[in-house]
Design a protein. Sequence first.
Length: 189
Amino acid sequence: MASLVRYDLAYSTSFLGRFNAKANHKLLKTAEKVLIYAIQNKEFSLKYRKKQTINTELRPVIPDDEVEKSGKTNDYPSPNEWNLTAITDSTLDSDPTTLAPQYGYMVFLNGNLIQWKSKHRERPKTSTATVEYMVYERAYIDSLGIMRVLECLNSAPKYIILANDNMAGLKMCTTLGHHEGKKYLKGNT
């Protein structure tokens, strides 16, 4: 439910899922708060529109009644207008208890979130570039899978856009060969 229908619940349900094996009263109380939030916000859902742009700034969402006033009847893109974008990020020390690095990515189709993943790594890495490179790879593989599904529907985009903020990781992606012995950025970017 969280990752397919209610992305506002995705983080909280994923975080609570980490503790299912040893559930206790505190976990149940927290899960109850998440459930109360879900019930109080039933109207919140995913809405896919034509040609939304991805913007990292927070701004108010346009209500559906204003979109309907515009007179548009077909809000779906034509087959040659699909745009697939993956945004990735990672950090070395996101979890204060395990100090394990965390990575994540979001895949957007025409600016609409269609897939996401956030995961803690088991072994700490010594370089942000190494973790960034790993998340690029996973985001690219998942984006290729989505692109192949769209190809079956005769609606595949011409290319996939990968976006990130780590220049060393981007350099690793564009340079062929081995990367052993190189010095990369230390700490968070």
